[in-house]
Design a binder for this molecule. Structure first.
Ligand code: FAD
Length: 426
C-alpha cells in the first residue's frame, strides 16, 4: 500500500525546521594563512575547531555547502556508545587495542553528555532514554545475550529481555528478544549542531560555508576561492569525502540512509509503541532504527538494500517496515522524508590518523553523533602534539573498487542472511 501522506508532506529534513541550516555566507573572506584548516562543518570539524581555538590556534572551517549540510543535521539523533561488538569480543579480536577502543567509545558518550547537560548545556532536547536493540531471530538473539553478558562484565547496566520484559519495552511482536542498555540517549541533531556552531565561533574559529577545498598541499589547501596557507589540515568529511582526499576516498564507502517522520502521535499511540521511550534498532544487516521525537512523532530510519535509492522509494519501504513492526501505526500519516550519507568502512570501525597529507577522522558506520564529536575534540589534541585516539592504530583497509559490480551481490547476500535469521526465530 502507498504510504498515507500528511497534507503538508515534504521531502525535507524535519530537524531543520527547529534549527534551519544557516543561510549566511559565513565569517568574512577566507584568511590567507591560519594554523589549521578544518575541512567539513559537521560535529567532527566543529568540535575540533572549538578545541583548537581554545588552545590558541587560528582555525578556519570550510564546507562546500551550508554549515552542517552533511550527516550532522540529518541523522536519527541516537546517542549510542557502541562499536557493533561488545568489550570482550573487541578485546579478543584486538587485544589491548580492543579494550582501549571500547574505553574510547565510553569516553565519547561522557563527552557528549557533558556538552548537552549541565549549566552551559547545548539545548537540543537531550534525554538519556537508554537504548533497545532488537533481535530478528535466533542467531541475533544469541548475540544479544552474549552482548548483555559482556556489558555486565564491565559494569554497564545491560539486560537481555524476552517475553513480558520485552513487551514492557516495545509494543511489537516482531522481535523475539532484545537488549536494553541504559547508557544511551536521544537528541535533536540539528539543534545540537547549531550549539556546536555557536561554541566554535565563541572560541574564535572562523566558519566558511560554500567554500570547497579542492586539494591538500604541503603548506595548506587549495580552495574554489584561492589558497590558504596552513600548518595543519584536518579532513572531517566522513561520508562526504571527495576528490580533495583521494586516498581516504578509497577507504570509505558512502552509503545512503533514510528517515521518515509521522505526524505527532497521540500520547496513547506513543505509549503503545515505545512505552519506555528508548532509542530502538534491530540487529539486521540492513537495519531499521526508530524513536519518538520531542513532539511525539515516530522517526523511523533505515534502508532496504545497498543499491542507490531515492527518498521516495525509501519512504515507501520504511513506512511498510514501520507498520510491520508497529501495526498500531497503520493510519499514521507520513509528514517528512529525507536521507543522508553515512561513512561505511571495510572493518565497520572508525578510523583516524594521517591521509592525503592531512589529519583525518571519520568512518563511524552510522554511529557518529557521540563518536565523531569526540574524535574531532581528540584530533585537536593530536594536532597539538597529544596522543592520537586508539583507532589510529588500526590498519585502514581500502574498500574494493568496482562497487557497481559487488554492491548488488553483497546487498543480496545481506538480505538473505537477514531473512534466514528471521526464519530461525528464538
Ligand atoms: C540518515 C542518517 C541517520 C543517522 N543516524 C545516526 C544516529 O541516530 N546516531 C548516530 O550516532 N549516528 C547517526 N548517523 C551518523 C552521524 O550522523 C555521522 O556519523 C556524523 O554526523 C558525522 O559527522 P561528521 O562531522 O564527521 O561528518 P558530516 O556531518 O557528514 O560533515 C562532513 C562535511 O564535510 C563537507 N565536505 C566534504 N568534502 C569537502 C570538501 N572537499 N570541501 C569542503 N567541505 C567538504 C561536507 O559538505 C559535509 O558538510 C546517521 C547518519 C545519517 C545520514
Amino acid at each position: 500500500m502507498t504510504a498515507p501522506l500528511a497534507s503538508g508532506y515534504r521531502e525535507s529534513v524535519l530537524w531543520h525546521e527547529a534549527a534551519p541550516l544557516d543561510a549566511g555566507t559565513g565569517d568574512g573572506p577566507l584568511p590567507a594563512e591560519v594554523d589549521v584548516v578544518v575541512v567539513g562543518s559537521g560535529y567532527c570539524g566543529l568540535a575540533a575547531a572549538t578545541e583548537l581555538a581554545r588552545r590558541g590556534r587560528s582555525v578556519a572551517v570550510l564546507d562546500r555547502g551550508p554549515l552542517g549540510v552533511g550527516a550532522s543535521t540529518r541523522n536519527g539523533g541516537m546517542v549510542l556508545p557502541e562499536l557493533k561488538a561488545g568489550p570482550r569480543t573487541l578485546a579478543t579480536q584486538h587485544g589491548d587495542l580492543g579494550r582501549r577502543m571500547f574505553a574510547a567509545v565510553d569516553e565519547a558518550f561522557d563527552h557528549l553528555e557533558a556538552l548537552v547537560t549541565g549549566p552551559d548545556a547545548i539545548a537540543c532536547d537531550y534525554v538519556r532514554t537508554g537504548r533497545l536493540e532488537l533481535a530478528s531471530g535466533a542467531t541475533s538473539a544469541a548475540a544479544l545475550r552474549r552482548a548483555a553478558d559482556e556489558l555486565e562484565e564491565v559494569g554497564h547496566g545491560a539486560r537481555y529481555v524476552t517475553g513480558a520484559d520485552l513487551a514492557a519495552e516495545i509494543g511489537s511482536t516482531t522481535y523475539p528478544a532484545g537488549l536494553v542498555v541504559e547508557r544511551s540517549g536521544g537528541l535533536q541533531p540539528a539543534r545540537f549542531h547549531a550549539g556546536l556552531v555557536a561554541r566554535a565561533r565563541a572560541a574564535g574559529a572562523t566558519l566558511h560555508p560554500h567554500r570547497a577545498v579542492t586539494a591538500v598541499r604541503a603548506d595548506g589547501v587549495d580552495t574554489d576561492a584561492g589558497t590558504i596557507r596552513a600548518g595543519d589540515v584536518l579532513l572531517a568529511v566522513n561520508g562526504h569525502v571527495d576528490a580533495a582526499a583521494p586516498d581516504l576516498r578509497r577507504r570509505t564507502l558512502p552509503m545512503g540512509s533514510f528517515i521518515v517522520a509521522t505526524e505527532p502521535l497521540t500520547a496513547e499511540q506513543q505509549a503503545a509503541v515505545l512505552p519506555t521511550g528508548r532509542m530502538a534498532y534491530d540487529t539486521r544487516n540492513l537495519l531499521s532504527y526508530w524513536r519518538l521525537d520531542a513532539d511525539g512523532r515516530m522517526v523511523f530510519g533505515g534502508r532496504r538494500s545497498l543499491r542507490r535509492t531515492t527518498v521516495r522509494q525509501a519512504r515507501e519501504v520504511l513506512r511498510d517496515r514501520m507498520v510491520d513492526v508497529h501495526p498500531q501505526l497503520a493510519e499514521a500519516r507520513i509528514e517528512r522524508a529525507w536521507g543522508g550519507e553515512v561513512a561505511i568502512t571495510r572493518d565497520r570501525l572508525p578510523h583516524c590518523g594521517r591521509s592525503d597529507g592531512a589529519w583525518y577522522a571519520g568512518g563511524c558506520n552510522g554511529s557518529g553523533v557521540a563518536l565523531n564529536t569526540w574524535l574531532g575534540h581528540r584530533m585537536a589534541g593530536a594536532i597539538c602534539g597529544e596522543e592520537l585516539p586508539p583507532f589510529a592504530e588500526l590498519p585502514h583497509p581500502r574498500v574494493p573498487p568496482n562497487r557497481a559490480v559487488w554492491l548488488p551481490i553483497v546487498s543480496t547476500a545481506l538480505r538473505a542472511q537477514d531473512r534466514l535469521d528471521r526464519i530461525r526465530r528464538a
